[in-house]
Design a protein around this ligand. Structure first.
Ligand code: SAM
Ligand code: SF4
Length: 449
């Protein structure tokens, strides 16, 4: 496939903030006043045929990476971690008795963070046992588990495998020690090879590698080397994020303190070009591009149920501090402070902090926006489920995208061209309702192919 030329003259610098769209309506519209709507749906039996899955948030890390925007703690001691895990277990037990489960067994379980592999083998065993007792996951087709390579020993990897983990995800990010250090990562390159080899030898059905295009200090040459080394490792899937500098990151705080508005990372055009290069190299090595962020070796084997079911409206119960849930169409978030989360769950309360009950049209938009990130959307799906013709509903922006070489419309639906896929999060804002458009001024321009 030919390289898409990006217009260097309109290349934008990376500044503070985030385009990344992970849900709809935007989080800024979720509010504490609507928390009761979440509690109400949890007290109702589920709609027929809605798949169910769980996300468990483990918010601990060895170090906070300078670019990280997740809710993580690096200062908790072993007894505080135990207190948190007890709160998580209390929350799991609260859910086990709720009408919304309706006898359903989870189809997927996702251990995310933070760093789930940070907790000890003993703690992991205790958490998994309590979870299995309350909500058996024997029918789950996917159990995903995120790891930071430096936290993995052979013993811990065996314990993770013994939980039934099917998809192990390694946050490798880069292979260069100077870049890893400059960005505050806790692991170095020698730990990557060791963790990967152990994981392979233990035999996980699927190993994913996370990379970031545009870490501080990244160069053209080094990025190519990262792609080469990733292909050499031969993972089942690769996830590539374009570096963002959200306002709660250490990098942004330092930019602000020194009065700088431009982040010390590559421009958006360069990051898109780097992802584009990586995708082309992965394709040459036999991989298929599965979404705006992923390359998969064998699409028939390397499924990602958590993403695919969630983006098609499945119920996903997020457990843990600050976790997000989507249940029976309602979006909600847990208490986002450690103390408040632990206190509420130990009192036997569901720790719901804020929520939003989307209208039927917003529920349609949520699924459409999320599925666009796959790079292809089925017209039939939205006609059958929501009675909406996506071509007619979005005629204006789609025609513009087509003219710009970003998307192709056919009777089946919409397909993003590579140039559209590389900037999909920016395109998605075009489908937001007017009241949900960014309030802090216009987004940077979308670039034609
Ligand atoms: C929860 S972490 C994965 C597990 C583990 N905590 C780790 O970092 O190895 C999820 C992923 O988000 C990505 N990420 C974090 N902050 C980012 C940022 N500012 N821009 C782009 N990607 C980011 C990284 O690729 C990271 O692996
Ligand atoms: S290890 Fe992962 S979750 Fe933890 S601070 Fe770094 S990127 Fe964030």
């Amino acid at each position: 496939m030919a390289t898409v030329p990006f217009d260097a003259s309109s290349d934008e610098q990376t500044t503070g903030g985030s385009y990344f769209v992970s849900n709809y309506p935007p989080y800024s519209f979720w509010n504490a006043g609507s928390a009761k709507t979440a509690l109400d749906v949890l007290a109702q039996p589920p709609a027929a045929d809605t798949a169910l899955g769980f996300y468990l948030h483990i918010p601990f890390c060895r170090k906070r990476c300078h670019f990280c925007y997740f809710k993580v703690y690096t200062d908790k001691n072993a007894s505080e971690v135990d207190t948190y895990l007890d709160a998580l277990i209390a929350e799991i037990r609260l859910y086990a008795g709720l009408p919304v489960l309706g006898g359903r067994k989870p189809r997927f379980i996702y251990f995310g963070g933070g760093t789930p592999s940070y907790i000890s083998t003993r703690q992991l065993g205790k958490l998994a046992e309590a979870m299995q007792q309350a909500i058996p996951w024997d029918a789950a087709k996917e159990i995903a588990f995120e790891c930071e390579p430096g936290t993995l020993t052979e013993g811990k990897l065996r314990a993770i495998r013994d939980l039934g983990v099917t998809r192990l995800s390694l946050g490798i990010e880069n292979f260069d020690d100077a870049i890893l250090k400059a960005n505050g990562r806790a692991h170095l390159s020698k730990e990557i090879g060791r963790a990967y080899d152990y994981a392979r030898s233990i035999g996980f059905p699927q190993i994913n590698i996370d990379l970031i295009a545009g870490m501080m200090g990244e160069t053209e040459e080094n990025w190519k080397e990262c792609v080469r080394r990733t292909i050499e490792l031969d993972p089942d899937s690769v996830t590539i994020y374009q570096m963002e500098i959200p306002f709660n990151t250490t990098i942004f705080k330092e930019m602000k303190a020194s009065g700088q508005s431009v982040a010390p990372v590559a421009t958006w055009g360069t990051k898109r070009r780097w992802v584009q290069y990586a995708f082309e190299e992965f394709e040459k090595a036999g991989y298929t591009i599965g979404s705006a962020y992923t390359a998969v070796k064998d699409p028939a084997k390397a499924k990602f149920l958590y993403r695919d079911l969630l983006w098609r409206g499945a119920d996903m119960i997020g457990l843990g501090v600050a976790s997000f849930s989507h249940v029976q169409g309602v979006n909600y978030q847990n208490e986002h402070e450690f103390g408040a989360y632990c206190a509420r769950t130990s009192r036997g309360e569901l720790p719901v902090y804020r929520a939003i009950a989307p209208t039927p049209d917003e529920r349609f938009l949520r699924e459409f926006i999320l599925q666009m990130k796959l790079g292809r959307v089925s017209r039939r799906y939205f006609e059958d489920k929501f009675g909406q013709d996506i071509h007619r509903r979005f005629e204006e922006p789609l025609r513009t995208f087509e003219k710009q070489g970003l998307a192709v419309l056919d009777p089946e639906g919409i397909r993003l061209q590579r140039a559209g896929l590389m900037q999909v999060d920016k395109l998605l804002h075009q489908f937001f309702l007017p009241q949900h458009q960014p309030q802090n001024g216009p987004l940077p321009p979308i670039l034609s192919a």
